[in-house]
Design a binder for this molecule. Structure first.
Ligand code: HEM
Ligand SMILES: *[C@@H]1O[C@H](CO)[C@@H](O)[C@H](O)[C@H]1NC(C)=O
Ligand SMILES: *[C@@H]1O[C@H](CO)[C@@H](O)[C@H](O)[C@H]1NC(C)=O
Ligand SMILES: *[C@@H]1O[C@H](CO)[C@@H](O)[C@H](O)[C@H]1NC(C)=O
Ligand SMILES: *[C@@H]1O[C@H](CO)[C@@H](O)[C@H](O)[C@H]1NC(C)=O
Ligand SMILES: *[C@@H]1O[C@H](CO)[C@@H](O)[C@H](O)[C@H]1NC(C)=O
Ligand SMILES: *[C@@H]1O[C@H](CO)[C@@H](O)[C@H](O)[C@H]1NC(C)=O
Length: 252
């Protein structure tokens, strides 16, 4: 009796779908992963196919809804981008590494990936992440911190990468990803996110349950992301103009 009472919860937990949605298994050599830390994490948890391949609309919408509480409309919108990255025209599916195609959606100045010009550009790079962390001052990320971190990567790429280029679409993605940290991983109402949630997600490609994260209790729509993109745009004022200085008049 005592024995089974002790074992019972363990047995139940152990049986609770070791390979189904929710349980974390690190990627295997034969799996495919790519530039998006969140989609990689969803595959590592089995919300998306664990091999990272042949992902269809239904799987994407269901995964984003179940794991993150994104509305089906938002999920379908994001899937459109995903399937367009498949080099086969009109595809109804994608592999995670299709998203790596440089200058389609993948762009320079990422928070955790080096620019393609410098080498491997699709996976987590700690040097680059450390640059971002230097600007993520404070335990709670807010609009200003996120705007500063994004501007830093963009400026650094502009100043150091001879091939630096970003399309209008790439730029929109850059703002969108930064907004996603606040409004999807964090709290869409306050537009904040504990830094540890993002650090844990990026480093481990694992949903940050272990550090206290839970999926949003309220559904998240495209419009929520759009609002946060606007907040970040508004907070991006770099480089600032110097204050008026009458001791020089070189500009006149
Ligand atoms: C089908 C859905 C999604 C697609 C197609 C997608 C696509 C991408 C792509 C192409 C990139 C690379 C951009 C680059 O840095 O060059 C990226 C990065 C990123 N994605 Fe996703 N993504 C999706 C869902 C999400 C969700 C739901 C989140 C929520 C947090 C998210 C968060 C991020 C973040 C934060 C980055 C930036 C990585 C960095 O700058 O190092 N993504 N995503
Ligand atoms: C997605 O797939 C599930 C299970 O295969 C099915 O029950 C559901 O109806 C599908 N949803 C859509 C929108 O196709
Ligand atoms: C893609 O699909 C659309 C409509 O389903 C069709 O009109 C178009 O010709 C297709 N394009 C290719 C390249 O297959
Ligand atoms: C990470 O990025 C830095 C800066 O571009 C680069 O020097 C380094 O080689 C990269 N590391 C890996 C493992 O690609
Ligand atoms: C990143 O920063 C941490 C903490 O400061 C340091 O221990 C680590 O060596 C740095 N990594 C790289 C690749 O510079
Ligand atoms: C890099 O910075 C220069 C100077 O501010 C600017 O003119 C240029 O548009 C920037 N390049 C890109 C691709 O944003
Ligand atoms: C835009 O930024 C200013 C400060 O630079 C702030 O006072 C204002 O509330 C912001 N507006 C929005 C809509 O975020």
């Amino acid at each position: 009796m005592k024995f089974t009472a002790l074992l019972f919860p363990v047995a139940v937990l152990g049986a609770a779908c070791p390979y189904g949605p929710g349980s974390f298994e690190p990627e295997k050599e034969t799996d495919t992963r790519g530039v998006c830390p969140m989609l990689n994490a969803l595959a590592n948890h089995g919300f998306l196919p664990r091999n990272g391949r042949n992902i269809n609309e239904n799987q994407t919408v269901t995964a984003l809804n179940t794991a993150l509480n994104l509305t089906p409309d938002f999920g379908r919108f994001l899937f459109t981008a995903a399937r367009l990255s498949n080099p086969k025209p009109n595809s109804t599916w994608f592999n995670l590494d299709h998203l790596d195609r440089h200058n389609l959606f993948e762009h320079d100045g990422s928070l955790s990936r080096q620019d393609a010009y410098f080498g491997q550009w699709s996976r987590f790079n700690e040097t680059v992440w450390n640059w971002t962390m230097d600007y993520w001052t404070g335990d709670i990320l807010d609009v200003q911190i996120i705007a500063n971190g994004r501007a830093q990567r963009s400026m650094r790429s502009n100043l150091t990468n001879p091939d630096f280029a970003i399309s209008e679409l790439g730029n929109a993605f850059s703002y969108g990803e930064n907004a996603a940290i606040l409004s999807i991983l964090g709290d869409k109402v306050t537009e904040t996110c504990p830094k540890i949630f993002a650090d844990y997600l990026f480093r481990n490609e694992r949903l940050p349950y272990a550090v206290g994260w839970q999926k949003s209790k309220i559904p998240i729509e495209m419009n929520d992301l759009r609002n946060t993109i606007h907040s970040i745009l508004n907070a991006t004022a770099f480089p600032p103009l110097p204050p008026p200085d009458n001791s020089f008049d070189v500009f006149n």
